[in-house]
Design a protein around this ligand. Structure first.
Ligand SMILES: CC(C)(COP(=O)(O)OP(=O)(O)OC[C@H]1O[C@@H](n2cnc3c(N)ncnc32)[C@H](O)[C@@H]1OP(=O)(O)O)[C@@H](O)C(=O)NCCC(=O)NCCS
Length: 146
């Protein structure tokens, strides 16, 4: 089925909550985090939709003072994975971020995300121990866009 990428807003809160629960068993964000990502100024928030149904979401967080931007979250509903939606969300978010240095965090065990990010040009630059709630480590990945 064809999908479209659109800007998300607070009216997507309920859909985003469902998507979070479906995508992130261990790392689902709190309601507060979800409201924040849908409302904080300067955050780039994009949803992939099939019809009016949200099937994917990404948030980009430009931090000019740190001279970089972060991809804060990315998820695609399991039934819609492996169809290029994650890649399209990431590419569109990178374009909207419009910053030459972009970073993100990922579990070293998350092979799907690692595949996506590596193919998209991200390289591991650091490992943060005990980063996640369950004390799992995070790989920090970075992409420099020339
Ligand atoms: C990671 C995630 C967003 C990928 O989304 P997706 O829509 O399935 O990914 P795409 O179909 O766009 O695939 C893009 C690339 O990712 C890689 N990839 C996707 N699934 C993969 C898998 N299971 N194993 C290895 N690589 C994979 C491939 O390299 C693929 O490129 P290719 O088609 O040229 O081979 C999705 O699996 C997801 O939402 N997972 C749960 C939430 C999560 O872990 N988010 C990331 C947190 S850091």
């Amino acid at each position: 089925m064809t999908y479209q990428i659109r800007t998300a807003s607070i009216i997507d809160l309920s859909s985003l909550q469902k998507l979070e629960r479906a995508c992130f068993q261990l790392d689902a964000w709190s309601l507060f985090d979800l409201v924040a990502v849908l409302t904080f100024p300067d955050v780039i928030r994009l949803k992939a939709v099939v019809g009016n149904h949200m099937v994917g979401f990404i948030a980009g967080d430009p931090r000019p003072s740190e001279k970089m931007a972060w991809v804060a979250t990315l998820g695609v509903l399991p039934d819609h994975q492996n169809q290029g939606i994650g890649k399209a969300l990431l590419e569109t978010c990178e374009q909207r971020i419009n910053h030459p240095r972009i970073r993100l965090c990922v579990r070293p065990t998350n092979l799907a995300a690692l595949g996506l990010y590596t193919h998209a040009g991200y390289q591991t630059i650091d490992r943060w121990e005990d980063y996640y709630n369950d004390k799992g480590d995070a790989l920090v990945m970075e992409k420099i866009i020339f």
